[in-house]
Design a protein around this ligand. Structure first.
Ligand SMILES: O=C(CCC(O)(O)[C@H](Cc1ccccc1)NC(=O)c1ccccc1)N[C@@H](Cc1c[nH]c2ccccc12)C(=O)O
Ligand SMILES: [Zn+2]
Length: 588
């Protein structure tokens, strides 16, 4: 095998320039499809995916001819990443083409699904059903939207998913992975990763149980005790979100102390005629205040920041795009003028900032230190943006009151976003890993999904399950094949990052009131970590930013400590739920 340093270097240089060209072409063709769903654009994208797979297979074959043992650590790391080609390892072109087609068809079903409401209106998820789930307080209207969405999305792809699992597993096994779940977990390069995330979740459950109990009591007052099963579960369609994954839209009902200025800035954004562009300029301004890299002109020219009104079908689920040429970076988001979309805009721009910071790395290092890092960048900035102090400084709330009651109100609004999410962020890939392992077979897909929803999230289906249901398919990341444990990891580490940046900014107060806006030292510290991309093992990136190498839920627990005390006080013994789903949801 080849050990000559000159040959090693020329292979890496060659790969780097060829890969940029191939990945650029694939990004462009995919972008065309995602922003204009037609059979023709899908075919162009699928053809390009086969070309790109051939390039990756060739690079893999060439890379195996080199002797890794004589290389520098950095070159060895590059070769290992070049050989991690995922499903492109499938050299049977018919099988790979079919896998890619099935995956794209499921994502298209999801992205073009519409629900016919009792009124006869046909509503898409974005923006209509999302807004209905957030604003309606009518039990039956919420149920109609929830039932309609699951039928039009997941209900239409159950058999496709079983095939996707089979073909995806077959492809990654060629690389030596036990199954697709094992392949996805390998990106964290931690042999105890599954145990580590389970330990974090177990550590955080008491926080969630208290929030769940508080929300359940308030929702019973709104919808009546008779709508809630005696098992203690909350019906899945009552949490203000299609998947009950974040409960922020219930903030007005769940605010502990009434009579204080609202923390939901949506109305004020609408009153000030906020536009999608202005939402993204607000986010860009924050990164600039830290001395970080502003969005380039191509971002403003080529992003799609609003749902097209010309009848085009698009994939509305937000995403950030690196075109791998060091110049072209875009966001695709069907932005609406709400507090939640202000938050999502920061989340997406966090991905772009990461792209910008590592754009001079070799292509194979243009990735997050681990997938959770990529999801955390924007959310860290958003933790500062959402403080009452910052919201006041950008004119979205009239006054800042930091008496104890206002403080609890603010912590509640953050908990509805961050604590409510934890079991959801955890359970999605618990389900998928069990499916990829073959422990959960197709006839058990839906039953196991609700087992996890009932056990970890304490919510249950408002109607009896039938064998044709496939509720996992009603959540974008399942048909789109996007892993999800990354968000659970992000929701833990973003508080570690926030604490480290607040320390760097010489902030002294309570963590939940810290706003790092204008802190160049904090911006420099964050940039230096982001510049690494995936060139170093993630514990090193973690250490550079936080001075420790592990994921740690303590900063999150410290942030919410005052709220946990309040909730324990409020709930007394009225908390918790039976781990098993209620047999008949209408059984009371
Ligand atoms: O899915 C997303 C945002 C979409 C994304 O930015 O994570 C996007 C997902 C995606 C991945 C691959 C193909 C298509 C979509 N990820 C990226 O765009 C992305 C880009 C580069 C590197 C890594 C991820 N958020 C999650 C939950 C969430 C996490 N943080 C939040 C903050 C506010 C609101 C929601 C969330 C959700 O909606 O369930
Ligand atoms: Zn993301």
């Amino acid at each position: 095998s080849i050990s000559d340093p000159t040959e090693i270097q020329s292979f890496l240089d060659n790969f780097n320039s060829q890969a940029q060209a191939v990945f650029y072409k694939q990004s462009e063709v995919s972008w065309t499809y995602y922003t204009n769903i037609t059979d023709y654009n899908q075919k162009l994208m699928l053809d390009e995916q086969l070309m790109s797979a051939k390039f990756s297979q060739e690079a893999y074959r060439n890379a195996t001819r080199f002797n890794l043992t004589v290389m520098t650590q950095e070159d060895r790391r590059l070769f290992i990443k070049i050989m991690d080609i995922g499903t492109a390892a499938q050299t049977n072109e018919t099988k790979l083409a079919y896998l890619n087609k099935v995956q794209s068809d499921m994502e298209t079903i999801y992205s073009t699904a519409k629900v016919t409401m009792p009124s006869g209106q046909r509503l898409p998820l974005d923006p209509d059903l999302t807004q209905l789930m957030a604003t309606s307080r009518n039990y039956d209207e919420l149920l109609a939207a929830w039932l309609g969405w699951r039928a039009e999305s997941g209900g239409k792809m159950k058999n496709l998913y079983a095939e996707y699992v089979e073909y995806n597993n077959e492809a990654v096994k060629i690389l030596g992975h036990a199954d697709t779940g094992a392949y996805w977990r390998s990106w964290y390069d931690t042999p105890t990763f599954e145990d580590d995330v389970r330990a974090l979740f177990d550590q955080l459950r008491p926080l969630y149980e208290q929030l769940h109990a508080y929300a359940r009591r308030k929702l019973k007052q709104i919808y009546g005790n008779d709508k809630f099963p005696s098992s203690g579960h909350i019906p899945a369609h009552l949490l203000g979100n299609m998947w009950a994954q974040q409960w922020s839209s219930l903030i007005d009902e769940l605010t502990p102390y009434k009579g204080k200025p609202t923390l939901d800035v949506t109305d004020e954004m609408v009153r000030q005629n906020y536009t999608a562009i202005r939402i993204f300029q607000t986010a860009d301004d924050f990164f600039k205040s830290l001395g970080m890299i502003p969005m380039p002109d191509t971002f403003w020219d080529k992003s799609l920041l609003e749902k097209p009104q010309d009848g085009r079908e698009v994939v509305c689920h937000a995403s950030a795009w690196d075109f791998y040429n060091g110049r072209d970076f875009r966001i695709k988001q069907c932005t609406v003028i709400t507090a939640e979309d202000l938050e999502t805009a920061h989340h997406e721009m966090g991905h772009i900032e990461y792209f910008l910071q590592y754009k001079d790395q070799p292509v194979s290092f243009r990735d997050g230190a681990n997938p959770g890092f990529h999801e955390a960048v924007g959310d860290v900035i958003s933790l500062s943006v959402q403080t009452p102090e910052h919201m006041h400084s950008i004119g979205l709330i009239p006054t800042v009151s930091n008496d104890t009651e206002s403080d609890i109100n603010f912590l509640m609004s953050m908990a509805l976003q961050k604590i409510a999410f934890l079991p959801f962020g955890y359970l999605i890939d618990q389900w998928r890993w069990s499916v990829f392992r073959g422990e959960t077979t197709p006839e058990k897909y839906n039953e196991e999904w609700w087992n996890l929803r009932c056990r970890y999230q304490g919510i249950s289906s408002p109607v009896p399950l039938t064998s044709s249901d496939f509720d996992p398919g009603a959540k974008y990341h399942i048909p789109a094949g996007v892993p999800y444990i990354r968000y659970f990891v992000s929701f833990v580490i973003q508080f570690q990052f926030h604490k480290a940046l607040c320390d760097e900014a010489n902030y002294r107060g309570p963590l939940h009131r810290c706003d790092i806006y204008n802190s160049k030292p904090a911006g420099t510290l964050l940039s230096n970590m982001l510049k690494l991309g995936s060139s170093k093992p993630w514990p090193e990136a973690m250490n550079l930013l936080t001075r420790q190498r592990k994921m740690d839920a303590q900063p999150l627990m410290d942030y919410f400590k005052p709220l946990l005390e309040y909730l324990r006080q409020e709930n007394g013994n009225d908390y918790g739920w039976h781990p098993i789903c209620p047999t008949d949801p209408t059984e009371i």
